[in-house]
Design a protein around this ligand. Structure first.
Ligand code: AKG
Ligand code: FE2
Length: 358
């Protein structure tokens, strides 16, 4: 692979003279992401990715336990009796875990596999091709980057991303998507959008509301597809693929390959979300926690770095169109939730005559 135009070098050990801003800028200027580091032959994790020992030792102490997030079969939900049974499983999982996996969700296996392959192909394209898509400008609907919050966050994540945003418009011109994943993405987006609608129906029933309650709030619109590539990491014990966070969405539907690495916080312990062939992970986001009056939980999760890679995942964020832009503060911090929750509830009740009593 051609890396000759990557005019950056990363110090093996930055020691006391480490200038983070300079290193971040060098990494950013390369427009080659973490994959570019690997291609350049880096064998030690550069310092901007290294988390402090206290944070890492705390992470190491919290051993992932062998629990499994609930797996829910959502086939056959058009019939009312089975829908209510499934909605009850969704309710339990959303209250206790904030996470579940769905099987028999109606998206064909080849659509899932082609999506993963397409995203892998994009990230493994010639660096010059990817550079043309590189941008940290949030207004751009389709863009490639590594660590969109690089300049604000304290530690960089060991991952690269292709971001496809349909937040402000439902229409996406095929030409706006890179060639390598164009048709697979369009097909997957079509299917996962339909699935999102079905999940909002189930979540409505799970909340004791009518089937169309959450779909009527247009929760299933305003989507962003975050297509991640986690390169193999030479020192996975020093960094993370994705740092601990909760999602600022109504829900997120996650497609992951079979490598694993996603962990969810459950009862103060990290639990591995084991990939299921053909399964999709669903998690409750901050917005649904807020408008459900904290009945459903938006739970912290993270992704470990791994000596084996790459790992591919596609997070479909359903953020709703009716939430005004200033509510999109990413990542939503816990304090932000508290600060914003009355505003968001107020917004919904004013606009949609939201009535909720538990
Ligand atoms: O890649 C994953 O498994 C999860 C990514 C994630 O949590 C996110 O992008 O919000
Ligand atoms: Fe997430």
């Amino acid at each position: 692979m051609d890396t000759s135009s990557t005019e950056v070098s990363f110090p093996e050990s930055a020691g006391d003279h480490f200038d983070r801003a300079k290193e971040v800028k060098a990494f950013e200027d390369s427009k080659a992401g973490v994959k570019g580091l690997i291609d350049a032959g880096v064998v030690e994790v550069p310092k901007i990715f290294i988390r402090p020992p206290d944070e890492l030792s705390e992470d190491l102490k919290s051993r992932p336990v062998e629990l499994q997030v609930p797996v829910i079969d959502i086939g056959n939900i058009r019939e009312r009796y089975s829908r209510e049974r499934v909605a009850n499983e969704v309710r339990c999982a959303s209250e206790e875990w904030g996470f579940f996996q769905v099987v028999n969700h109606g998206i064909p296996l080849d659509v899932l596999e082609e999506m993963i392959d397409g995203i892998r192909m994009f990230h493994e394209e010639d660096p010059e091709v990817k550079r043309a898509w590189y941008s940290l400008d949030q207004v751009k609907r389709v863009r490639f980057y590594s660590n969109r919050d690089m300049y604000e966050s304290t530690y960089a994540n060991w991952r690269d991303t292709l971001n496809i945003s349909m937040l402000v418009s439902d229409h996406l011109d095929p030409d706006e998507i890179p060639n390598s994943c164009r048709f697979s993405s369009i097909e997957y987006i079509k299917h996962v959008t339909y699935l999102g609608h079905t999940l909002f129906e189930l979540l409505s029933v799970a909340l004791g509301l009518t089937l169309d309650h959450l779909p009527a709030l247009e929760c299933a619109r305003g989507r962003t597809f975050v297509c991640n590539y986690y390169p193999a990491c030479p020192e996975p014990e020093l960094t993370l693929g994705t740092s601990k966070h909760s999602d600022p969405t109504f829900i997120t539907v996650l497609l992951q390959d079979q490598l694993g690495g996603l962990q969810v916080m459950h009862k103060n312990q990290w639990v591995n979300v084991k990939p299921i062939p053909g399964g999709l992970v669903v998690n409750i986001g901050d917005l649904l926690q807020i408008i459900s009056n904290d009945k459903f939980k938006s739970v912290d999760h993270r992704v470990l770095a791994n000596r084996v890679g790459p790992r591919i995942s596609v997070a479909s964020f359903f953020a709703g169109v009716s939430v005004p832009p200033k509510v999109y503060v990413r990542p939503f911090k816990r304090t932000d939730i508290r600060r914003k929750s009355s505003y968001i509830r107020g917004f919904y009740s004013r606009r949609l005559y939201w009535r909720f009593s538990f």
